[in-house]
Design a binder for this molecule. Structure first.
Ligand code: CTP
Ligand code: MG
Length: 372
């Protein structure tokens, strides 16, 4: 299934009052639009990126987009911008997202894609925290309420043929968002659980208080015996060697240390606790799949992994040549950028059981951040 993303970036940002498009302002050392783009590219879930831009921003914005990004001139309203961008979409599913929402997680992107693939259309939304009222002439006109009401966010995800059909019928009408266009012409979009942190940078004050998440660190360690007739798997990568590591699972010592570091950072015990080696379900288990389960465990507690660092202790084989592949494999599994995964390897100069080639160890640290 091919997945496309439209980033609506053709607004003026008038409410933020920067005298320029708010997406071209600095947020914590990076352009807002660059952060939003990175959230999608680093997810590894996207095949095509389309950005709707305003002609006013052409010179400043276009150089910020990667070569792969398709730039489309937007329109005078968000509805028109998206309508134009949709013409370029070739994916089976398309996510439509506000350029002004840079803080969404990889998990939210996944939820939206899955919901659109299954149901046709879905929007991210969170239950209203505050009671909503209508104001008129400085006074409360009427109360709308809070119960059963949701604040609508993006991404909003759709099967491409359905949302294209919806927009083809929209003519000159202006809609609040894409879910409303879909609802008008196709049917009710599903509601996917959004994220509190996925705010739309709208007013100047939203830029003044950079998002500062709770940060926690954890350490992990693992060790397995080297034996004949076993595969040697490190970070999900099979390394050619005459021996391999012995264990109940695939004995991927590096991934085990990384999992322990992540669990420890969230104070969620260790892998032995969650995946006991007495449990036949984990016999021969693929450790990268277990890592996905660890991410879900910390996700339930409101955390996601920010970075990982690890050292492999092995006398043989020489691992230097495999480090890039191992790093990429772990970055993919962790759903984080390559630059946030630091893997090293060392011998022990022939000392100890590692030096005698009886086993391989790995130490790891992980940094996790609160998602909200
Ligand atoms: N947008 C767009 N084309 C427009 C208007 C808005 O692509 N003609 C995009 C914005 O760039 C933004 C998103 O739609 O990423 C959500 O809109 P909003 O937050 O309202 O941004 P602006 O319209 O830029 O801000 P303002 O309404 O304060 O001028
Ligand atoms: Mg606007």
């Amino acid at each position: 299934m091919k997945v496309s993303v439209i980033i609506a970036a053709a607004g003026k940002g008038e409410r933020a009052g920067f005298q320029k498009n708010k997406l071209l302002t600095d947020y914590g050392g990076e352009y807002v639009i660059s952060r939003t783009l990175a959230a999608f590219t680093k997810s590894g879930l996207i095949d095509e990126l389309i950005v709707a831009y305003s002609p006013n921003d052409k010179d400043e914005l276009l150089p910020l987009l990667g070569e792969e990004v398709i730039a489309v001139q937007g329109g005078s309203t968000r509805t028109k911008s998206v309508m134009r961008a949709l013409e370029q979409v070739t994916g089976d599913v398309v996510l439509i997202h506000d350029g002004a929402r840079p803080f969404l997680s990889c998990e939210l992107i996944k939820r939206c894609i899955d919901a659109a693939a299954e149901h046709g259309g879905a929007i991210a939304a969170i239950p209203c925290r505050d009671t909503v009222c209508a104001e008129r002439n400085g006074k409360v006109d009427y109360y709308v309420g809070k119960s059963g009401l949701y604040s609508v966010q993006t991404p909003q995800a759709f099967q491409t043929k359905l949302i294209k059909l919806a927009y083809s019928m929209a003519g000159d009408r202006t809609f609040n968002d894409d879910g409303e266009v879909y609802k008008e012409y196709i049917g009710e979009p599903y509601v996917v659980q959004g994220e509190t942190r996925n705010i739309k940078l709208t007013y100047k004050e939203d830029f003044a208080a950079p998002f500062s998440p709770e940060v926690r660190t954890g350490v992990g360690f693992d060790c397995h015996r080297l034996v004949a007739d076993r595969k040697l798997i490190l970070g999900g990568v099979e390394i050619p060697f005459e021996k391999g590591l012995l264990g109940h699972s695939d004995a991927d010592v590096l991934t085990h240390a990384v999992m322990d570091a992540i669990l420890s950072a969230a104070a969620l015990r260790d892998i032995g606790y969650h995946f006991p080696d007495t449990d036949p379900r984990f016999k021969g288990a693929n450790s990268i799949e277990l890592l996905t389960r660890v991410l879900a465990l910390i996700g339930e507690q409101g955390y996601s992994v920010s970075s990982v660092s690890a050292t492999i202790l092995a006398q043989k084989p020489k691992l230097a040549g495999y480090i890039p592949q191992i790093t990429q494999s772990l970055a993919n599994a962790l759903c984080i950028p390559l630059k946030n995964v630091g893997i090293g390897a060392t011998t022990t100069e022939g000392l100890g059981f590692v030096g005698r080639e009886e086993g391989i160890c790995a130490h790891a640290t992980a940094v996790i951040i609160a998602k909200h």
